[in-house]
Ligand binder design. Structure first.
Ligand SMILES: Cc1cc2nc3c(=O)[nH]c(=O)nc-3n(C[C@H](O)[C@H](O)[C@H](O)COP(=O)(O)OP(=O)(O)OC[C@H]3O[C@@H](n4cnc5c(N)ncnc54)[C@H](O)[C@@H]3O)c2cc1C
Length: 405
């Protein structure tokens, strides 16, 4: 049987947060171990002096810790003191063990544009929230964007990393409540419990903003020729010039890239797995009318050939006849979309037909108190502006939900 009790002592939260935060530090172990011992043997009857000295020691370690991460990890020390905790006493074979769960009213999972935006709005409204991200710095996909950012109605940025730097500076300025470098491995959405690598967390409301990753295609020898495979033409303009190129995909990105490449490369092959293109009709028409572009329908790239890491050809299979044909190609552009990062809450929340989390216009999922936004909820309309908007909407929904709960 598991019994749940809420502790009042702020001292315990201080200790446990220290233990979680400094898990890899010897000093932390020096603090955490005696406390753990004291807790399991005396049930929190620790003298006030000991608590005081631990707090002081913790403060100085925290300062040092923050100093070493200031540019990368905005951490609000107040938050750590404010963590409320649930203590579990498990009786297993007569042995008592105590497990700590960090609780907040709202937990934001994912520190990309959607998560940051949600957390900022919750912060603005003085909510009890906490943002968790597995990376050591915030920004999600932003550091991967090498092109300039021209479609986020705030200003022009030279790259995604520049947007990230500005967002991170903002988070630090307002003192956003963040735990970075914490991977959530599993979530039980029925109890809204998040099982992290370092800690367990629980909330009344959760905002899922875990984003997406590039779809991986099962192409033979892809790794061997990885230098000749790109996902973003704009970021590799010099690399693609004068090369024979194949573009995989049938969406806007794939076809717009093909049109751009046709003006700079001797040959452009578009490989699409069906005869339906998801791209805008005008773009599809332009591609079909462009004599420099060859469109292959109902086809898939199955393998790559070449020498010393230099791609020389690709093998393309017709998925209606299974017939394979080799085409001379020196570079491959994979524009096949993204996959939603839903693994940690797999099977618990309703998804749409494309595997993205289904939400209503308030970013509410089919589960009470569970909200989602950003790239995670849309396969066909992804972007920084949309994610930031979703974060704001979700925060407002969460605030309403918390008041009603
Ligand atoms: C190459 C490239 C170019 C782009 N160019 C543009 C552009 O020009 N303009 C534009 O508007 N958009 C662009 N985008 C898209 C834009 O980056 C995304 O739309 C945006 O980052 C989505 O934000 P998000 O918060 O929904 O998700 P993400 O940015 O993907 O953030 C998700 C976060 O969740 C965290 N996370 C996931 N799972 C866990 C877990 N289990 N535990 C803890 N943390 C977890 C991840 O670490 C990540 O930080 C581009 C993207 C790429 C890759």
């Amino acid at each position: 049987m598991t019994r749940e009790k809420t502790t009042k002592a702020d001292m315990q939260s201080t200790i446990c947060a220290s233990a979680g935060l400094f898990e890899n530090s010897t000093t932390c172990l020096l603090i955490a171990l005696p406390i753990h011992f004291a807790r399991s043997h005396q049930q929190y009857l620790i003298s006030e002096q000991l608590v005081h000295s631990i707090r002081e020691l913790r403060k100085s370690i925290l300062k040092e810790f923050q100093a070493s991460f200031t540019s990368e990890r905005p951490i609000n020390t107040d938050v750590i003191d404010n963590h409320k905790q649930l203590e579990f006493e498990d009786s297993l074979a007569g042995e008592k063990s105590v497990q700590t769960i960090i609780t907040h009213d709202a937990i934001v999972l994912g520190g990309g544009p959607a998560g940051i935006s949600c957390a900022l709005e919750l912060h603005e409204n003085k909510a009890d929230y906490f943002l968790i991200d597995r990376n050591s710095s915030l920004g999600g996909q932003l550091p991967d964007i090498t092109n300039s950012i021209r479609n986020f109605a705030a200003r022009y940025w030279d790259s995604g990393a520049a947007v990230r730097d500005d967002l991170e500076a903002l988070c630090q300025k307002v003192g956003l409540c963040v735990q970075s470098a914490e991977t959530i491995e599993r979530i039980d959405l029925s109890t809204k419990t998040l099982y992290g690598l370092h800690q367990t967390y629980r909330a009344k409301a959760i905002f899922l903003a875990t984003g997406t990753r590039r779809r991986a295609l099962p192409i033979e020898r892809l790794q061997e020729f990885s230098d000749n495979v790109i996902w973003n033409v704009e970021a590799h303009q010099e690399k693609v010039k004068g090369k024979s190129i194949a573009v995989i995909g049938g969406g806007d990105n794939a076809l717009l890239d093909s049109l751009w490449l046709a003006q700079r490369c001797p040959s452009v092959l578009v490989v699409n797995r069906s005869d339906r293109f998801r791209a805008r009709p005008d773009v599809v028409r332009d591609v079909r009318n462009d004599q420099r572009i060859t469109v292959l329908e109902h086809t898939e790239v199955v393998s790559i050939d070449g020498e010393s890491g230099n791609m020389q050809s690709i093998l393309v299979r017709d998925n209606r006849t299974d017939k394979t044909t080799a085409y001379p190609v020196q570079m491959l552009v994979e524009r096949v979309g993204t996959v939603a990062n839903t693994e940690v809450f797999c099977g618990q929340v309703e998804l749409d037909g494309a595997g993205f989390v289904a939400v209503d216009r308030f970013c509410q999922t089919n589960l009470d108190g569970v909200f989602a936004g950003g790239d995670l909820i849309s396969s066909d309309c992804q972007g920084i502006a949309r994610s930031v908007g979703d974060g704001m909407i979700a925060a407002r929904s969460i605030l309403k939900y918390l008041i009603a709960a």
